[in-house]
Design a protein around this ligand. Structure first.
Ligand SMILES: C[S@@+](CC[C@H](N)C(=O)[O-])C[C@H]1O[C@@H](n2cnc3c(N)ncnc32)[C@H](O)[C@@H]1O
Length: 271
């Protein structure tokens, strides 16, 4: 679960590490991520810290030190480890798809839910710092006996641009999942807002999501699923099926159908 790093993990005292440039630089070096002399990500005030065994990204300018990390441990205590019920829109959107390439993994909330629900998920994130947080969260989940058997063979993290990963994916995934950045809702909790601010600042606005969608359509064997806030315009034309939830909507584009139609009409170009 993506969380504000000031939220103490269950059973801990929630102690807080201060900004220490030398330590931040050493940690970034270990992760293979470039930082400046202050140990902060270039052009930002964010630095890595290891606290209570987990990797966190904190903001040097934030007096209360809120940050972001990935912690899936709470799912271990949920019924079926948080696996989606069949009627849930996200589960329905991927019904019949065994392999999924999550092309916009972020902090991996959706990738995790799909993986514990039985899909084999490749989570691709192009922001190296965010991918590092996700890999750290997955690593700790794989040490948790309640989660490991349900994730070991079903979730992997890849750092890179999903357009390149898709082009090289062999075999092609059954489905590709896209959840590009969307303007934030004002009523998000303060904690979520702070963690999300870090994600947003690192990820940018995903202005190239139309290109990513085109790459996904070319490669997905069965479908491309796009997550949108409820009521938001479609990312790319009218979907074949919509799965509506309370706050979000999943738009499914059935690639097999589209290829079939394109072949029938002799217009193979779009796919
Ligand atoms: C809204 S977040 C996704 C949140 C995610 N679904 C979750 O459950 O935590 C969008 C993410 O997609 C990533 N992204 C956008 N385009 C990408 C691309 N072409 N390749 C890889 N990652 C991409 C951004 O860096 C950002 O972290």
């Amino acid at each position: 679960m993506a969380r504000g790093a000031d939220e103490p993990p269950a059973g801990s005292g929630g102690s807080r590490a201060q900004h220490d440039p030398a330590r931040a630089r050493a940690l970034a070096r270990e992760l293979g991520i470039e930082v400046d002399a202050e140990g902060c990500l270039p052009g930002a005030s964010f630095f890595f810290v290891k606290s209570e065994g987990r990797l966190e990204l904190r903001d040097r300018l934030e007096p209360r030190g809120h940050g972001a990390c990935v912690d899936f441990s709470a799912f271990a205590r949920r019924p079926r480890r948080g696996a989606l019920a069949k009627r849930e829109p996200l589960a329905r959107a991927f019904h019949g798809c065994l392999t999924i390439l999550d092309a916009t993994a972020g902090l991996g909330q959706d990738a995790f839910l799909l993986a514990v629900s039985g899909h084999s998920v490749t989570a691709v994130e192009r922001s190296a710092p965010l991918a590092a947080l996700l890999a750290d969260g997955l690593g700790r989940a794989l040490e948790d006996p309640a989660l490991a058997p349900h994730l070991a063979a079903t979730l992997r993290v890849v750092t890179g641009d999903a357009r390149n990963v898709l082009a090289a994916a062999e075999p092609a995934p059954d489905a590709v999942y896209l959840d590009p950045m969307f303007p934030q809702k004002r009523h998000a909790s303060a904690l979520a807002r702070k963690a999300m601010r870090i994600v947003r600042e690192l990820a940018g606005e995903d202005l190239d999501s139309a290109e990513l969608f085109a790459a996904a359509l070319r490669r997905a064997r069965l479908r491309v699923v796009v997550k949108r806030p409820r009521g938001a315009p479609y990312l790319a034309g009218t979907p074949d099926v919509e799965y509506g939830g309370k706050l979000v909507r999943y738009d499914a584009y059935l690639t097999a159908n589209r290829r079939h139609l394109a072949a029938l009409w002799g217009v193979g170009a779009a796919l």
